[in-house]
Design a protein around this ligand. Structure first.
Ligand SMILES: CC(C)(COP(=O)(O)OP(=O)(O)OC[C@H]1O[C@@H](n2cnc3c(N)ncnc32)[C@H](O)[C@@H]1OP(=O)(O)O)[C@@H](O)C(=O)NCCC(=O)NCCS
Length: 334
């Protein structure tokens, strides 16, 4: 039997730069309610959402991912030619084949290994963990992790359980070697026995080749599960990082719904004064893009700073979830 060599890489990894793309068009609750049987007051009370953004025809999923990735590369000071792997998390790339990641890599001018991750709203945190392990394992020096969604093409605008929640956008980070560890061990898992709770099904727009599927969700089931089951997962991530809750500067949960965030934060007994991401109010639920978009919003508004210690947790379709403690990365222009 031949003796096979294995690689080993960086002793520690971190997110070296962050970039995002927010679509141009802001959509109010009143606009959603032109078709949906609901109201601005009901939507704000039940979800915290005030506005969201829908991408136009000139803002494709590939466009948004590429622009966020370019901004992340700029923030990190890393060239596209230095990227060893591109990991793209999404649930709204229209085809399984070809995947979106190689197309984005090509747009960036990269021939890196490139693949998509399908882990619903938890996809970005899954990608982050895989990226960190690729760098630590020596199979890449720099990895681009992108979360991107164009959920507006997957919505039934008359569905009272989803139409006001989901939205579009993209966020990306460059993961690479670092003197200090900036990405803690992942706490992750899945509960496939609840896979029926969030699905894509042939929808009301089935005649339209552009968006033949729509998202369906048993919202009450998600609400019963996330704020409680995810508290244990988040505690596991904090303990695995070897820190205490009191060491955290920021809490960045998946921006599912403000009520889920507030209940989860209460259940975790977070330290007083910790910054909590509430980007869902302005951006809606952008699924795999929500965590990097929420970090960017906190940096832009001065609610968090580069170098802060943050607890990330993302959860959704699958049901899949992933959580890790991270150091907040730089953002170009902030
Ligand atoms: C979707 C969600 C807001 C619905 O809220 P809910 O309180 O569970 O709503 P229910 O379906 O039990 O309905 C409660 C009432 O509101 C009404 N209602 C439901 N959707 C409505 C809407 N969009 N607008 C106005 N009224 C609505 C129902 O008809 C019902 O009225 P009734 O009491 O007179 O019968 C809530 O379940 C939720 O936030 N779930 C989590 C979803 C989420 O964030 N998912 C992210 C996945 S990553």
């Amino acid at each position: 039997m031949a003796k096979i060599s294995q690689r080993s890489g960086a002793a520690a990894t971190a997110m070296l730069g962050l970039g995002v793309y927010r679509p141009k068009r802001v959509v109010t609750n009143d606009e959603v309610c032109e078709v949906l049987d609901s109201s601005d007051e009901w939507i704000q009370t039940r979800s915290g959402i005030r506005t969201r953004r829908y991408a136009g025809e000139d803002e494709t999923l590939i466009d948004m991912a590429t622009l966020a990735a370019q901004a992340a590369l700029e923030s990190a000071g890393v060239g596209a030619d230095q990227i060893g792997t591109v990991i793209l998390a999404t649930s709204t790339h229209a085809q399984h084949t070809p995947a979106a990641a190689p197309i984005v890599a090509d747009r960036l001018g990269s021939k890196a290994a490139a693949f998509d991750v399908a882990a619903g709203c938890a996809g970005f945190c899954h990608g982050l963990s895989v990226a960190s392990d690729l760098v630590r394992g020596g199979n890449a020096t720099y990895v681009l992790v992108i979360g991107v969604e164009k959920l507006s093409l997957f919505l039934d605008p008359t569905d009272r359980g989803t139409a006001f929640i989901f939205a579009d956008g993209a966020g990306a980070v460059v993961v690479g070697p670092s003197e200090e560890a900036g990405i803690g061990p992942v706490a992750w898992g899945s509960d496939g026995s609840q896979s029926h709770v969030i699905t894509q099904e042939p929808g009301c727009q089935a005649s339209d080749a552009e968006h033949p599927m729509v998202v369906r969700m048993e919202g009450t089931a998600v609400f019963r599960w996330a704020p409680f089951a995810m508290a244990d997962v988040a505690r596991d991530a904090v303990a695995s990082a070897g820190i205490e809750m009191t060491d955290l500067d920021a809490f960045v949960p998946h921006q599912a719904n403000l009520r889920i965030t507030e209940t989860l934060a209460r259940n975790l007994k977070l330290p007083e004064g910790i910054a909590i991401a509430r980007d869902v109010q302005d951006s809606g639920n952008t699924s795999a893009a929500s965590v990097p978009l929420a970090i960017e919003a906190m940096l832009r508004k001065g609610e968090a700073s580069v170098g802060d210690t943050a607890l990330l947790i993302a959860f959704g379709a699958g049901l899949s979830y992933a959580s890790q403690v991270v150091t907040i990365p730089p953002l170009a222009g902030v």
